[in-house]
Design a protein around this ligand. Structure first.
Ligand SMILES: Cc1cc2nc3c(=O)[nH]c(=O)nc-3n(C[C@H](O)[C@H](O)[C@H](O)COP(=O)(O)OP(=O)(O)OC[C@H]3O[C@@H](n4cnc5c(N)ncnc54)[C@H](O)[C@@H]3O)c2cc1C
Length: 473
């Protein structure tokens, strides 16, 4: 079948999640004719699933991600669709019974995330779209990247598929923000998956929205335990936003039997967004699927939806306050980890917990090493603990965005070059967006300077990023 050709672009961004959105805006603002390709009918990726954004601040409460990502958050805050939340006196993400156990095992303290930024998902999709439009990015939705065109170790274009059929689009520089590193893998770049012993990744999770919960009753009966936190800067959100650990320990034996390998016996997190609507499901696990394989991803979705549906029915029949609960929505299944592209620098566990900095750091991260257990049961704790030294921040070098063996290609977001343990820290959304700003800017500067991302002077990149408000030191 002949392949039609689209107009050649300066920069092509594959994947419109947190990293890809910001990469595309950054590339376009730096003068590049930019095309963003997204398989869904909206932009947002995992940011469109109602999760709070982490790592805009480190665990001392200092802001460490600014620039275009913070501009997007500021816009959402002005729309009253996002807010900054400070956890009072530290917090564990472990929910129900696992909290104390997990905190005891932390080396260096019990803080999970001192600050987070809850964002309404529909508003995220809308505001991100507006910023893409204003920057002049062209977006192709419902479009899947299926092949890479390259010559002499340089990527020169991609092949995509959508309702129009198969099309080729050439680009001077490509940025892979697919989360799974699809473009880099198709181009022959080396990658790793999962833990070093056997490649098993962190479990997947099907996030959901529930309605009809009587939270007052659930609280009174000890099923819903309210987190101690402060909504920092919005009287509107102060009036309704609450975060709960749902505790299901009293049904433990039955849950272990009916919902094995999901971790649900230890409970899960719900965030209350007013009007009886709760977003949540984080901590429900769907383990042992490789999300970079089509058939496994499909099976994981089926298992995840069955889990959620059966759990909601269980809660309706058994759990006080949930007798009128109903499932409003499930999302695409959430993937914590799949391919990690091997770059010119591999960020390590030691880099993370020792809060190391590098001379070509393009972003900072202050989130701990958060490994959900491989068998779905709960959390895995690495030998030297999970916390970053002094609750500080570490740097992500530009070289983590440069795949080995191929040029004119950058990666950004959760497919960056890290060890398995370091990935468990670097994968959070604030950091993915900051990487996106760096990758998009690097792509545009490479095109403008008639060079390649690998040959780009990283000092010039850092100067440009700082001039655009990004925090790199
Ligand atoms: C269950 C769960 C809970 C989490 N909790 C939090 C949290 O509370 N706070 C936090 O900050 N982070 C959290 N994370 C981590 C964070 O959400 C992700 O790591 C982050 O969103 C990754 O961003 P990304 O842009 O790299 O990838 P993604 O968000 O995965 O976006 C990738 C985009 O690329 C598109 N795409 C993929 N392949 C193709 C292709 N071949 N062609 C075209 N488009 C393609 C996808 O549709 C998607 O839009 C969580 C993750 C999961 C799974």
């Amino acid at each position: 079948m002949p392949i039609s050709k689209l107009r050649k672009r300066d920069v092509i961004i594959a994947g419109g999640g947190p990293a890809g959105i910001i990469a595309a805006i950054a590339a376009a603002r730096n003068g590049a004719d930019t095309l963003l390709i997204e398989q869904n009918g909206y932009v947002g990726g995992t940011a469109a699933m109602g999760l709070p954004m982490l790592s805009f601040h480190n665990n001392r409460g200092e802001q460490i991600v600014a620039g275009i990502p913070w501009e997007l958050i500021t816009r959402l805050k002005e729309m009253d669709e996002a807010v900054v939340v400070r956890m009072a006196g530290g917090s564990s993400s472990a929910g129900a019974g696992g909290g104390a156990q997990r905190n005891a095992l932390y080396k260096g303290g019990s803080v999970y995330a001192a600050m987070s930024v809850p964002v309404r998902p529909e508003a995220f999709k809308y505001a991100a779209w507006k910023m893409l439009e204003e920057a002049g990015v062209e977006v192709l939705l419902y479009t899947y990247v299926t092949r890479v065109v390259s010559t002499g170790g340089k990527v020169t274009g991609i092949v995509l598929e959508n309702k129009s059929g198969r099309q080729r689009v050439d680009g001077k520089c490509i940025v892979d923000c697919t989360g799974d590193g699809d473009v880099a893998a198709l181009s022959g770049a080396p990658f790793e998956k999962g833990r070093s012993a056997d490649g098993v990744t962190q479990p997947l999770t099907m996030l959901f929205v529930l309605g009809g919960i009587d939270l007052d009753r659930a609280e009174a009966e000890g099923v819903a335990v309210r987190r101690n936190m402060e909504v920092v800067d919005s009287p509107v959100w102060q009036s309704f936003y609450r975060k709960y650990d749902i505790r299901l320990d009293r049904w433990k034996d039955r849950l272990l039997k009916d919902f094995p390998r999901s971790g649900v016996d230890k409970g899960f997190i719900l965030r209350y967004w007013g009007d009886g609507v709760c977003y949540g499901g984080n901590m429900l696990h769907v383990p042992y699927y490789d999300a970079s394989k089509g058939e496994e991803l499909s099976r994981a979705v089926v298992e995840g939806r069955n889990l959620v549906w059966n759990l909601v029915r269980f809660m309706r029949e058994n759990v006080p306050g949930f007798d009128r609960v109903h499932l409003v929505n499930t999302y695409n299944i959430g993937v914590r980890e799949s391919r990690r592209i091997t770059g010119h620098y591999l960020l390590t566990y030691e880099d993370v917990i020792e809060a190391r900095r590098h001379e070509d750091d393009i972003a900072l991260n202050g989130y701990f090493v958060d490994i959900h257990d491989y068998d779905g049961s709960w959390f895995h704790l690495p030998d030297r603990g999970t916390q970053i030294k002094d609750y500080g921040s570490y740097g992500i070098p530009y070289r983590c965005l440069l795949p080995q063996s191929v040029d004119r290609l950058l990666v950004a977001g959760r497919c960056l070059s890290t060890s398995h343990e370091a990935h468990a820290s670097a994968r959070v959304m604030g950091t993915c967006m900051a990487m996106g700003q760096a990758a998009g800017t690097a792509a545009a500067l490479s095109v403008r300077g008639r060079t390649t991302p690998r040959a780009l002077d990283s000092k010039k990149l850092l100067e440009a990023l700082e001039a655009q408000g990004a925090m790199v030191r």
